[in-house]
Design a protein around this ligand. Sequence first.
Ligand SMILES: *[C@@H]1O[C@H](CO)[C@@H](O)[C@H](O)[C@H]1NC(C)=O
Ligand SMILES: *[C@@H]1O[C@H](CO)[C@@H](O)[C@H](O)[C@H]1NC(C)=O
Ligand SMILES: *[C@@H]1O[C@H](CO)[C@@H](O)[C@H](O)[C@H]1NC(C)=O
Ligand SMILES: *[C@@H]1O[C@H](CO)[C@@H](O)[C@H](O)[C@H]1NC(C)=O
Ligand SMILES: *[C@@H]1O[C@H](CO)[C@@H](O)[C@H](O)[C@H]1NC(C)=O
Length: 601
Amino acid sequence: MLPTLTSRAGRALAFSALVTLFLVWYTASDNYYSGTATSSTFHAGNGYNKSHPIDALMNTAETDLDEILSTESHDIATAAERYRARRGRHPPPGFAEWFEFAKDKNALVIEEFFDQIYHDLTPYWALQPKELRRQARSIPTRVVIRNNTAILKTDEPRNWMDSWHDLVSKLEDYLPDLDMPINVMDETRLVVPWETVNEYIQKELRDRIMPSQSNVISEYMSLNEWDQEDLEAYDPGFTIPPEGGYWQMAKVGCPPGSPARNNTLPMIDFGTPPWEFDNFERISYHGYVGNFTLAKDPCVRPEMQVLHGTFLEPVSVSTSHKLLPLFGGSKLPMNNEILLPPAMYWAQNEHYSGGENEHGGAWDAKINKAVWRGAATGGRAREPNWTGFQRHRFMSMMNATSVQQAEQNNSHGINFRLPNYADYKLNGDGFVTELLEQHTDTGFNHLVCTPYNEADPTCPYLDPYFEIAAGMPMKKMYNYKYLPDLDGNSFSGRYRGFMLSTSLPIKATIYNEWHDSRLIPWVHFVPMDTTYIDFYGIMAYFLGGRDEVARKIALAGKAWGEKVLRREDMEIYTYRLLLEYARICDDRREFLGYTGDIVGP
Ligand SMILES: *[C@@H]1O[C@H](CO)[C@@H](O)[C@H](O)[C@H]1NC(C)=O
Ligand SMILES: *[C@@H]1O[C@H](CO)[C@@H](O)[C@H](O)[C@H]1NC(C)=O
Ligand SMILES: *[C@@H]1O[C@H](CO)[C@@H](O)[C@H](O)[C@H]1NC(C)=O
Ligand SMILES: *[C@@H]1O[C@H](CO)[C@@H](O)[C@H](O)[C@H]1NC(C)=O
Ligand SMILES: *[C@@H]1O[C@H](CO)[C@@H](O)[C@H](O)[C@H]1NC(C)=O
C-alpha cells in the first residue's frame, strides 16, 4: 500500500507526485547517510540532489500554507461572508468590533484559524441555554463577566486563574455577560461518549438557521436578572478511573470502529515495553509524520495507552462523561473542553518562555545539538510502568550507552525499541550512537520518584538508567539548534517559547491546543511521532548537509509565530471564542447575529 501524503491541494495531483516520489525513493538504493561514522558522515555530500521523504513533506506543507494565506480577509464584508460560508450561521453580534480589534492589531484574519472554536462549541448547541448557564454557575473556578467587568471567582487560590482572568480582563469592554468555568488541573476533565457528541452535533446541524436580516437580534441578554434566580447546583459527576485506568474512560470519546474502540492491540503487558510500532509505520509517510492531526490522535493510536503517562497513570484524574461548559488550555482529541490559549503562554513567566524578549541568537552561532532538560513528569512513573512514560522513553533513546546496548540486544532497550535502521537509511555501524554523542545534550534534572520528594531528585528504581543532569533555563536552550518538545502531565508549556525562538522545535504530542490550525508542520516546526522512532532519521536528515533547511524552518516558524502567536493573537482568539460562547448561552441564540455587512432591501 502506498503511504499517505496528505494535502489540501488536489488529491489527484498529490497522488501522481507521490507515485513518482515513491519510485525515486526506492530506486535510490544507496544510503542517504553513507560511509563510516566519522563526523563527516553527517555531511552526506549528495544529500541535496536526492529526494528524501522530508523534502516531499515540506513541499506539500508549503502548498498548504499558500492556500491558507490566500483566504485572508481584508475587510469586514469578506470576513462575514467567509464566516457564513464556513459556519452556516451569521457571525455573532459584536463581529464588526471584533474584526476592527483584530485589524487594529495587524492580525491575519483567516477563518480557518478559528476552526477549533467551532469544533469545541458545536455540541453545546444541543443543550438549552438556561441549562448551560446553570452548569457554568455551579463550577467554583470561573471568570465571570457582568456589566463589562471580568471578575475572578474561585474557592481557593488556584494556579493560573489570575493569568486567565488577566487575559479576559483585557477584553471586558467588548464582551457580554457570561460565566466561564475554567479547569485548574493539569489534566483534562471531560470525556463525553462519541455517540452522544455525535447526536449533539447532528442536532445542531438540524436546528441551525440563518434568519433573515429583519429577524436578527444584535443584543446579548444581560444576566443581572438571571443572577437572582435560585437554582439547584448542577453536579458534573466528576469521577476517578475504574479498573483499567484512564484509558478506559477516555476511549469512549473515540469513534466506533476506531482502533481505540476496537481494541486492536493484541495484549497489553504493562511490565514490558510496548512494541507496537507497525501502527505508526502504516500511517506515516515513509517513517515520518505525514498528517500530524492523525498521528497524534490516541483514538488512532491505541498503543499510546502504554506509551504515554496520561494513560499509564496520570497524577490526578477527575473526569465527567457529561457535557458541560469547561474551558482549559489543552485537551486530547477525545476530550470535550473548550480550548483557551494556555495561561502559561499568557503569563509572562520565564520558566515557560525564556523571557518575552529572549529568543536566542543567530543560527550559525548555536551549538549543533538537540537539547532537552526537565523533570521526569508525565504522571506517576512507578515500577514497572515507568518504562512506558514518554519522557523516560525519549531520554533513554538519547542515551548512546543505552542505544548501544539495544543494538546488541535485538534492538530492544529496557524502555524503547530502535527503529529498523534500514527503513530510515541509517548506517548501522555506530552511526546512531555517534549522532547521539555528538549532537544531543539531554537529561532529567529531577526523577520525580514515587513517593515524591522534592528535595531529592534521585530515585532508587530509576537511578540505574538516568543520571541527574543540571537544569537549564529556557533562554540557554536557545543556544542550541534543535529543541525536541515533549508532553509532561499534559501539553508542554514551552512550545510557544520554542516556536518564537531562533531554534528549531521538534514537536511530539498527543494534545491539542488553540493554535493547532495556524501552525503548519514541516513549514513552521518539525513534527515527531510520540514513539520517537523517527527522531534519528530527522536528525540525520538535517545533519546530513541540510543545516540550511533546519535554519529555514526555525526562522519561518519564528516569523510566523510573530504574526499568529502574539499576545494580541491570543486576545483576538479569546475575544471571538467568548462572543460565540455567550451566544450559545443566550436565550435568544438562534436569532442573535451580525448582519451589518448585508445591504438589505
Ligand atoms: C489528516 O487526518 C485527519 C484526521 O483523520 C483528517 O481529518 C484530515 O483530513 C487529514 N488531513 C489531510 C490534509 O488529509
Ligand atoms: C450591573 O448593572 C446593573 C444595572 O445597571 C446593576 O443592577 C447590577 O447590580 C450590576 N451588576 C454588577 C455585578 O455590578
Ligand atoms: C500500570 O498501568 C496500568 C494501566 O493504567 C494499571 O492498570 C496498572 O495498575 C499499573 N501498574 C502499576 C504497578 O502501577
Ligand atoms: C534486552 O531486551 C529485552 C526485551 O527483549 C529487555 O527486557 C531488556 O531490558 C534488554 N536489555 C537491555 C540491556 O536493554
Ligand atoms: C545512560 O544509560 C546508562 C545505562 O542504562 C546509565 O547507566 C547512564 O546513567 C545513562 N546516562 C545518562 C546521562 O543518563
